[in-house]
Design a protein around this ligand. Structure first.
Ligand SMILES: C[S@@+](CC[C@H](N)C(=O)[O-])C[C@H]1O[C@@H](n2cnc3c(N)ncnc32)[C@H](O)[C@@H]1O
Ligand SMILES: CC(C)=CCC/C(C)=C/COP(=O)(O)OP(=O)(O)O
Ligand SMILES: [Mg+2]
Length: 294
């Protein structure tokens, strides 16, 4: 697709809409106050700030000896490399994107995925987050990079965006779908996407084969104040909203090395055990779903 332009409200973070629900107010506050070193120090490596996890094999040769003085810095760079590799896999699944296209990042955080999408594809990227602090941060980074005409974040509920119907060539949720009702979410993506456009999510979901959410999944929900959905819910809500899966990839084996490395670092947050155990006992899965808007 080429030359799709979204018609949107003015790009400002000065006007901050009221949260649609008290829960969304809690989530806005959560992300306004988030400043974990595991996120900021990794972002400082190259200026791409992510709030998602990593995939791929750990390059143990580049890490060297854990007793060496520079080891911790190398470990941080390695965790960050794996988080950016996660975004690359998401972008690999967007389909053919032209420089004139517009993409939508639903739940854009500090904007790392938006910057990577623009740098790789040359297109416009519009992001929404509930957090004014995150939107300011993302827009500040875009200004520093001189790409503010192409990459912008706004404070907005992903379930009711100002974007034109059918105007986006592709859209995604990168670890942000566990904060919303999936039927409402996919109805909005389906509205914003052009027919033939592509939706991609990378998400953690509980595995229906396990039965119900495990204690580890409940622990992750409590830790992040989110509500992890089952894999079945994703499939059903997509099917109900004209989103037809084109690829479903279980990234669980590919994310475990990231978690096992992170668990050895000084930047642990305490949630590592829940991710490792739930991935290993099969109750939780890290998946990529790419779907065609039909
Ligand atoms: C775990 S972070 C992921 C950030 C980003 N996608 C990334 O990969 O770095 C979750 C994001 O979802 C956003 N979010 C949660 N619920 C939202 C909603 N209803 N509307 C817009 N953003 C939402 C949060 O503000 C936060 O930016
Ligand atoms: C896969 C699942 C269930 C994700 C939940 C959403 C979430 C909080 C992602 C990571 O954010 P972060 O990068 O801010 O977290 P951390 O501080 O742990 O790195
Ligand atoms: Mg993180």
């Amino acid at each position: 697709m080429t030359n799709t332009e979204l018609t949107v409200a003015p790009a400002t973070t000065a006007f901050i809409p009221s949260p649609a629900t008290p829960y969304q107010g809690d989530i806005a506050r959560y992300w306004d106050h988030e400043a974990r070193p595991v996120n900021l120090r990794l972002g400082d490596v190259d200026g791409l700030y992510h709030h998602h996890y990593g995939i791929g094999d750990v390059d143990h040769a580049s890490l060297g000896d854990p007793t060496d003085s520079g080891y911790e810095k190398k470990l941080i760079a390695e965790l960050h490399r794996l988080e950016s590799a996660q975004t690359d896999i998401l972008l690999d699944h967007l389909g053919e994107i032209g420089r004139g296209d517009t993409l939508v990042d639903a739940g854009c955080g500090r904007g790392g995925s938006m910057v990577m999408a623009h740098q790789r594809l040359g297109c416009k990227v519009e992001g929404v987050t509930l957090s004014a602090k995150q939107a300011e941060f993302a827009n500040g980074r875009a200004r520093e990079l001189g790409i503010e005409d192409s990459v912008r974040a706004r404070v907005c509920n992903m379930l009711g965006t100002p974007f034109e119907t059918g105007g986006a060539a592709a859209s995604w949720n990168n670890e942000s779908s566990m904060y919303v009702d999936l039927h409402d979410l996919f109805a909005e993506h389906s509205r914003v996407l052009a027919v033939g456009g592509r939706y991609v999510t990378i998400t953690g979901c509980w595995n229906p084969r396990y039965g119900q959410p495990s204690k580890w999944v409940s622990q992750i929900n409590a830790h992040f104040e989110c509500n992890i959905h089952s894999r079945r819910e994703y499939m059903r809500a997509m099917a109900d909203n004209r989103l037809v899966p084109q690829a479903v990839i279980d990234l669980t084996p590919a994310t475990l090395p990231y978690w096992e490395l992170r668990a050895t670092s000084s930047l642990v947050t305490g949630i590592e055990e829940a991710f490792i155990n739930s991935y290993k006992d099969g109750s939780f899965q890290y998946v990529l779903i790419a779907a065609d808007r039909v």
